[in-house]
Ligand binder design. Structure first.
Ligand SMILES: Cc1ncc(COP(=O)(O)O)c(C=O)c1O
Length: 393
């Protein structure tokens, strides 16, 4: 078709997120899907959102919420975030350190635009968030995957970026220890290297305890990405970037060119919700209880049904369990078989930035009932066992 010829070189290279394509297949109601990375709607604070909307509609701010706003974001919300993170991390931030964005996915794109030149070395953990690989790929970095921290600290490169999800990583569910955080920040400080700390899951720690953020350990060279998607609602598309004011100013210029600003209406509503006494503390307790229980149910089912050749991590927070299959097993082929038996998950290979490794799968447990989790894992275990037997014979 003639218009295909008109696409830019970047347009010719970009692909749809593999997960979004898989989700389309798995949305049928008779499928037990462990594929989505979405929060459970059971935890959306519907009544608080309704009452925040009502309060806004009868307040003198209503017209402002319907008007264009500053690119940096709604001042009261920026101040709230600066205070919240300052007291949580024992650091000092002001509104000048905060840029409101339309979800942290937009933050990844803005950071890519602002910092990545073609062929720049971009260190990423291996595996890492597929949406980050997709966002950064547009700017043609040289991805340097690291599976062990030592690979980073022994590398000779200078002046590069590191992208990292320290808390309950998507896809692995793993968390960095304090020692690892200290090592990373010491190394990056020494090399004068920028760290992009992506933290949508840190508040979902099952114990309620948080490790110090990379931001708190290396404030000058960290760009921290926060999101309300997993703790309020992803449909609101609200997140934020915390960085040094000079960096925020530059990011603002890119955001201006991209969408002028994030929805004022949503920002006012979210500010009204957050500003309610103790809302977040109580709401986070509720989400953590639900997610901890579902995680425990899945771990128990895995222990009961999975063959010995499969291993997995036991997360302390977040939404994901990462399964390692026997070397010869391919997650994509397994998905085709599983869908026929009405179970879905995401094959792990999409989360590797360079060398695709196929014997992994990501399971998300948060949107299923306990019964569905148990039945889905039992079915999946049977398929894997049958596969194993076929390979042995
Ligand atoms: C690690 C990570 N970063 C960023 C995002 C994007 O989140 P948001 O909804 O804030 O754009 C996600 C979404 O799943 C994620 O897992």
């Amino acid at each position: 078709m003639v218009y295909m010829m008109k696409f830019s070189n970047k347009a010719k290279k970009i692909n749809s997120s593999a997960i979004r394509e898989i989700l389309k297949v798995t949305q049928s109601s008779d499928i037990i899907s462990f594929a989505g990375g979405v929060p459970t709607p059971d935890c959306f604070p519907l009544e608080d959102i309704k009452s925040a909307m009502h309060d806004l509609m009868i307040s003198k701010n209503f017209s402002n919420a319907l008007q264009y706003g500053p690119t940096e974001g709604y001042l009261e919300l920026r101040k709230w975030i600066a205070n919240y993170i300052s007291s949580r991390e024992a650091i000092t931030l002001t509104q000048d350190n905060v840029l409101i964005v339309s979800g942290s996915q937009q933050a990844l794109d803005l950071v890519g635009k602002c910092f990545i030149n073609e062929n720049d070395d971009l260190f990423v953990t291996d595996p890492t968030y597929l949406g980050a690989i997709q966002a950064f790929s547009i700017y043609d970095p040289n991805f340097v995957p690291i599976s062990q921290l030592e690979e980073l600290t022994q590398s000779p490169q200078n002046n590069v970026l590191l992208y990292i999800i320290p808390n309950f990583n998507n896809p692995t569910g793993n968390q960095l220890t304090l020692e690892e955080r200290n090592k990373i920040t010491a190394y990056c400080n020494n090399k004068n290297m920028l760290i992009i700390e992506d933290d949508p899951y840190g508040d979902l720690s099952y114990s309620g305890k948080r490790s110090p953020s990379i931001l708190s350990l290396a404030q000058k060279n960290t760009i921290y990405l926060g999101s309300f998607s997993k703790i309020l609602s992803p449909g609101m598309r609200l997140g934020y970037i915390i960085a040094e004011p000079e960096i925020i100013k530059k990011l603002v210029q890119f955001k201006q060119a991209s969408d002028l600003h994030t929805s004022s209406f949503v920002q006012y509503i979210v500010f009204n919700i957050l500003n309610k006494n103790n809302f977040l503390v109580e709401h986070l307790k509720e989400i953590r209880n639900v997610y901890r229980e579902k995680c425990t149910v899945m771990l128990k089912a895995l222990n009961q049904y999975m063959p010995k050749s499969v291993s997995w991590n036991e997360p302390n927070g977040g939404m994901f369990i990462w399964l390692t299959l026997p070397n010869y097993m391919d997650g994509k082929k397994l998905l085709d078989m599983a869908i026929k038996k009405k179970v879905a998950f995401v094959p792990g290979e999409f989360f590797f930035s360079k060398e695709k490794r196929s014997n992994f799968i990501r399971l998300s447990f948060v949107t299923n009932s306990n019964d569905a989790i148990i039945n889905g894992i039992r079915t999946l275990s049977l398929i894997i066992s049958e596969n194993e037997q076929a390979n042995d014979s």
